[in-house]
Write a protein that binds this ligand. Structure first.
Ligand SMILES: C=Cc1ccc(O)c(OC)c1
Ligand SMILES: [Fe+2]
Length: 489
């Protein structure tokens, strides 16, 4: 066997203090509630965090490589039950059996201690589809989980229909048709420029598969879907099989590569239909939403930074930005899908705050919309950085508030959770019986660095700047990635 594995987590920011792996599985009933939870809220908030089960044997393992640990907050009649369970990936099961880490570097199989069939950590998103939960990592097929027990049912290939070795962590559900619109990149294996686009009917049957080729083997973390178009934003972080074989990093920032956006028709596309548009070298973050204007052009709103947000994967010279200098803004591209390939018109900055983890009222996904909700870092709000600095750990981007931006009025409202708090990704919960966009609630997991424990903060969007309820957990959950609300109403 390769390098011996340590028995404790390394003395690095991404494994220390609030970021110390929490590794808890279990259940807590009737969480403490301050304020009140409106009685029309009935459903479950699922979210996932990278939470290494065992100390890695490779040096400086990034946050994004930890095992997926799924939290479920089940809310009914004003009370909340918390449940948490790791996804039983092949990695998790074999490492538990061996009582040591066996997997090597992030997305580099050549550094593993044993050979894996599937390297998924299932740590990026948890999506409800066709009666099951899909635990997603963009390098692998999904794992399916039972929504009630959080037991892992196994690797999920849609009964053998999955045509690609990879499945995005950001599939889109069409709120009208119920389809799941998906893709995989590096879809024929490490270093392959192939993209596989596929759509799945609400019954779980595949309806289309289209193979595409990207101009570069770059990371395509998120994408966008409108009623008639699909857009693939490519991060200028490139993969290279030779580098992987030499034990190097999966991703290297490429300062000379433009930000590419690939566009295909959503229905009936052929491989040759893809058009690649370009913008200057920059880092596309998460999608806010996309839709078609009356003139047929596509509006694509997403986070955009002029710097390498994944600073832990530098360029070929080892350069990367100082983390505190990275600023991501909501940026609007207007794309004419009928134009010739080439450079895009200059985009518009819709919101200039430093933001990420955008959410919308999902009933408006792919349709004209006005309301977005997101994590914001505004140092002027009064966060006590002196108090939290020494206990926050690191390796992930910090945000100190939740924002609501209304594009129709240009106005922003901000919720500040407290001076010793940072926020995780929110979810939007529609108000029961209301179909109006943005009429509902926003909920997010909040890290309290004074109590060193986690809280759920629930806002009524009609009174956004105050918490309607603060729900306390008797434990600490690390920084997570994505989650979703599954409504029982
Ligand atoms: C935030 C983006 C992102 C991109 C790639 C990943 O593997 C990931 O794992 C949690 C997260
Ligand atoms: Fe993501």
């Amino acid at each position: 066997m390769a390098s011996p594995a340590p028995r404790h987590f390394p003395d690095r920011p991404q494994f220390s203090d609030f970021m110390k792996p929490c590794r808890f599985e279990g259940e807590v009933q009737n969480l403490e509630v301050h304020g009140d939870i409106p009685s029309d809220i009935n459903g479950t908030f699922y979210r996932v965090m990278p939470d290494p089960q065992l100390p890695p044997f490779i040096d400086n393992d990034p946050w994004l490589n930890g095992d997926g640990n799924v939290s479920a907050f089940r809310i009914k009649n004003g009370s909340v039950t918390f449940q948490q369970k790791y996804v039983r990936t092949e990695k998790f099961v074999r490492e538990r059996e061996a009582s040591r880490a066996l997997i090597g570097k992030y997305r580099n199989k050549f550094t593993d201690a044993v050979e894996f069939a599937v390297r998924s950590t299932a740590n990026t998103n948890i999506v409800s589809f066709n009666g099951q939960l899909l635990a997603l990592k963009e390098d692998s097929p999904p794992y399916a989980m039972d929504p009630e027990t959080l037991e892992t049912k196994g690797l999920y290939t849609f009964d053998g229909q999955l045509p690609s070795v990879t499945f995005t962590a950001h599939p889109k559900t069409d709120p009208v048709t119920g389809e799941l619109i998906c893709f995989g990149y590096e879809a024929k294996g490490d270093g392959s420029p192939d993209i596989c686009y596929y759509t799945i009917g609400p019954d779980g049957n595949f309806t289309q598969t289209v193979w595409l080729v990207s101009p570069v083997c770059g990371m395509i973390h998120d994408f966008a879907v409108t009623e008639n178009w699909v857009l693939f934003p490519v991060i200028p972080h490139l993969s290279d099989l030779e580098r992987l074989k030499q034990g190097g990093e999966h991703w290297q920032w490429s300062p000379k590569t433009p930000f590419y956006i690939g566009v295909i028709p959503r229905y009936g596309a052929k491989s040759s239909d893809i058009k690649w548009f370009t913008y200057k070298n920059s880092f596309p973050g998460h999608t806010v939403n996309a839709y078609e204007q009356d003139d047929g052009k596509i509006v694509f709103d997403l986070g955009l930074s002029d710097k390498n947000v994944f600073y832990w994967w530098p360029d070929a010279q080892g350069n990367s930005p100082e983390p505190s200098k990275i600023h991501t803004q909501i940026t609007r591209f207007t794309v004419d899908p009928n134009a010739e390939e080439g450079s895009l018109p200059e985009p518009e900055v819709l919101h200039d705050g430093n933001s990420e983890f955008y959410r919308i009222d999902d009933r408006f996904s792919g349709r004209k919309y006005s309301h977005s909700y997101f994590d914001l870092m505004d140092p002027r709000l009064g966060t006590d950085f002196t108090a939290i600095g020494p206990v926050m750990g690191g390796g992930y981007p910090p945000y100190n508030s939740l924002a609501h931006y209304d594009e129709s009025t240009g106005k922003t409202e901000v919720y500040f959770p407290g001076r010793t708090h940072l926020v995780q990704e929110p979810v939007f919960i529609p108000r029961a019986g209301s179909t109006e966009e943005g009429d509902g609630y926003l909920m997010a997991l909040v890290n309290n660095y004074r109590t060193l424990s986690s809280e759920l903060h629930l806002l009524d969007c009609r009174d956004f700047t105050k918490a309607r309820a603060t729900i306390l957990l008797p434990l600490r959950l690390r920084a997570g990635l994505h989650g979703n609300w599954v409504d029982n109403n």
